[in-house]
Design a protein around this ligand. Structure first.
Ligand code: BG6
Ligand code: MG
Length: 218
């Protein structure tokens, strides 16, 4: 099958904002006296802001009202955006810019499939927005990963079938969403966590065009 598009997750694939999401959630968890570490954080990767908050609150024993939860989510996002305020092109993860340039050169479509409602703002800071033929973010979807909606919508906007597209993901929920949607999934990170992917790379620095041949079964 010919690969016509590559769809990228944002946080942890294009830019290391995953660390800022963690810091902001950690700050909130500390304030609420809920224990929360990097291991717990794996469950939050790729899932929406509200689901992330629910996962953290489940670790504590106190029930909060919808209004209180809304305030917590807003507070987390303010902190997150503070941490992100200094982001620029230097924060693009290794190999990503070069790979995007190569995809453009070879006429392979580029899509974004992110749960984040801040995706456009971050892409703008990285000066990458113009690379994308379709951008699907947390504002456009109703179902969070591992539901494949975000990637299916991106494929639809790019006018390709899922089996003609590769998804790059650093989250367990994201890899699962890609596989459920019928995409070829490339995991970025730990193979123990991302085992469901077709291929797992330890770092974005290892992304190269040979992966397209592998996905096409050459
Ligand atoms: C995903 C991140 O990309 O976006 C999650 O992996 C985050 O950690 C989610 O919770 C929602 O992001 P935001 O920016 O809308 O709070
Ligand atoms: Mg991610």
């Amino acid at each position: 099958m010919k690969i016509k598009a590559c769809i990228f997750d944002l946080d942890g694939v294009i830019v290391d904002t995953a660390k800022f999401h963690f810091l902001a959630w950690k700050r909130l968890a500390d304030e609420l006296n809920i224990s929360f570490d990097e291991h717990d954080n794996e469950q939050l990767k790729g899932v929406s802001r509200t689901t992330s908050l629910e996962i953290i609150l489940r670790k504590g024993s106190i029930q909060y009202s919808e209004e209180e939860k809304q305030e917590m989510a807003v507070k987390k996002n303010i902190w997150y955006l503070e941490y992100c305020s200094t982001i620029d092109e230097s924060e693009i993860l290794p190999g990503i810019k070069e790979f995007l340039d190569e995809l453009k050169l070879k006429n392979i479509l580029i899509g974004l499939g992110s749960a984040s409602k801040n995706a456009l703002l971050i892409l703008d800071k990285l000066k990458l927005t113009s690379y994308f033929d379709a951008i699907v973010d947390g504002n456009k979807i109703t179902e969070a990963k591992p539901n494949p909606q975000v990637f299916l919508r991106a494929a639809e906007e790019l006018n390709v079938n899922p089996n003609e597209a590769i998804v790059f993901e650093d989250a367990e929920a994201g890899v699962e969403a890609a596989i459920r949607g019928g995409f070829y999934a490339i995991g970025i990170g730990d193979a123990k966590i991302l085992g469901k992917a077709n291929i797992v790379l330890r770092s974005t620095a290892l992304i190269n065009f040979n992966l397209i041949d592998a996905a096409e079964g050459k």
